[in-house]
Design a binder for this molecule. Structure first.
Ligand code: NAD
Length: 462
């Protein structure tokens, strides 16, 4: 039995970042992780492998659609699926080994196995019980299926199975037009799979800015994805080689059936807290199965904290990382803080979609007086040169004070560009502050400046 200042349960982006910050702040720290490798869902079966496949298939798309125009002649590349999987696996390996190295560097003990909390101040891993003055639950989330839909990870898959299909399917039905459905749907569509997305609501990516949603749907459809909105999936019947998906169109009293080789269930994720012993410990949970925490990530049990997908808020790796750092600082007696008003969200399709702060719909609902500055990538020289003129930057600013309230980008490198506005919002900047900042030419970021200019006297290039 060993004794620690902090034991973090879970080695995903929330947990490993928390462990590193705890160690950096001088706390004796261990991290419990039952997978073979550190990094959690994000590195092993989520953000990182999906980005590798998105990158590879985007390259394929460029070769097929734009190379000849640029004078790059020759046969289009063919797909070696096994090699693409190997590249993906290698990307995962480089990242997970990197965390192992950081753990060694920071003298963090990796307690291998699945942890539980038999009583406050104790963490059990396998047969061993360790003492901890502080315990941080960072156990993340798992895919949540629909009632009656059984995921076999072969024909009916979650995002995990979709990342490692044995072969590229001819057809795929994606249930849910959220981030997972559209990212992985894009991957397979670019690989030649006929992809049909069924979404219950009347928009793709629920919760995003309405104009972005409309443009996003149009661009995805232009790329070949079929998107059916207002489709409530009722059930999936699978054989060994294909599946039938039954759905009810919202406006009709009928049932429709589609068949596909693979069905991807991308209808959300739920907190993963099974086996931790939280009920016996008396940890309060929310009605949605999340661990209930206060403003400092503390549960109702002294010395037990929780962060990331296991608690409320957007299920995003970077939100979990920020909470991990902040709770480490709280435990070390410092003032850890997360600004929940400035957490970006990104969809890594092509074009990318990135968003931070409030949407126009939210501002309207709150009755807030605002102005909109919008700029199309068609007016951006760099984007035109790079076949990336689709999309726009939209900045929402307070009508009176000009303070930036939100920003929504659909376009090239949107996920990187959004951070300019995140920093601006952290500093309480006005749209004019951004507009008066010199932006290098020719860059995509000039479109952000132009949108900021559009909140004032107007953009130059439109
Ligand atoms: P999601 O909540 O983003 O989207 C699920 C979609 O499924 C919703 O649009 C919902 O209306 C729809 N749906 C639910 N039941 C349905 C039914 N019966 N028939 C048809 N449609 C139905 O969930 P997700 O895409 O599975 O992602 C899970 C979580 O992981 C999210 O919180 C997401 O933010 C996160 N994630 C983020 C990234 C990223 O940041 N790039 C990538 C992957 C996952």
């Amino acid at each position: 039995m060993a004794s620690y200042d902090v034991i973090v349960i879970g080695g995903g982006p929330g947990g490993y970042v928390c462990a590193i910050r705890c160690a950096q702040l001088g706390l004796k720290t261990a991290c419990v992780e039952g997978r073979e490798t550190l990094g959690g869902t994000c590195l092993n079966v989520g953000c990182i492998p999906s980005k590798a496949l998105l990158h590879a298939t985007h390259m394929l798309h460029e070769a097929e659609h734009n190379f000849a125009t640029m004078g790059l002649k020759g046969k289009s590349p063919s797909v070696d699926w096994k090699q693409m999987q190997a590249y993906k696996q290698d990307t995962i390996g480089q990242n997970t080994k990197g965390i192992e190295f950081l753990f060694k560097k920071n003298k963090i003990d990796w307690l291998k196995g699945w942890g539980s909390i038999p009583e406050a101040g104790k963490v059990k891993v396998g047969d061993e019980v360790h003492e901890a003055k502080n315990i941080v639950i960072a156990t993340g989330s798992e895919p949540s299926s629909l009632p009656g839909v059984e995921i076999d990870e072969k024909v009916v898959v979650s995002s995990t199975g979709a990342l490692e299909l044995g072969k590229i399917p001819k057809s795929m039905v994606v249930i849910g037009a959220g981030v997972i459905g559209l990212e992985l749907g894009s991957v397979y569509s670019r690989l030649g799979t006929e992809v049909t997305v069924l979404e219950y609501l009347d928009t793709v990516t629920p919760g995003m800015d309405g104009e972005v949603q409309k443009t996003f749907k149009r661009l995805l459809e232009r790329q070949g994805l079929k998107i059916t909105l207002g489709a409530a999936v009722q059930g999936v019947e699978a054989t060994k080689t294909k599946a039938k998906v039954t759905y009810k169109p919202k406006k009709k009293d009928t049932e429709e059936v589609i068949e596909a080789e693979v069905v991807l269930v991308a209808t959300g994720r739920r907190p993963y807290t099974a086996g931790l012993g939280l009920e016996a410990l008396g940890v309060e949970m929310t009605a949605r199965g999340q661990v209930q925490t206060d403003g400092h990530w503390a549960t109702n049990v002294k010395g037990v904290y929780a962060i990331g997908d296991a608690i409320e808020g957007p299920m995003l790796a970077h939100k979990a990382e920020d909470e991990g750092m902040a709770v480490a600082e709280q435990i070390a007696g410092k003032a850890g803080h997360v600004n929940y008003g400035v957490i970006p969200g990104v969809v890594y399709t092509h074009p990318e979609v990135a968003t931070v702060g409030q949407t126009e719909e939210q501002l309207k609902e709150a009755g807030r007086a605002y102005k909109v500055g919008k700029f199309s990538f068609m007016g951006n020289g760099r984007a035109k040169a790079n076949f990336a003129g689709d999309g726009f930057v939209k900045i929402l600013a307070d009508k009176e004070t000009d303070r930036i309230l939100g920003c929504h980008i659909i376009g090239p490198m949107a996920g990187d560009m959004i951070h300019e506005i995140c920093v601006a919002m952290e500093f309480g900047a006005s749209a004019q502050d951004v507009a008066l900042t010199c932006h290098a030419h020719p860059t995509y970021s000039e479109a952000v400046r132009e949108a900021a200019l559009a909140c004032g006297d107007g953009p130059i290039h439109s």
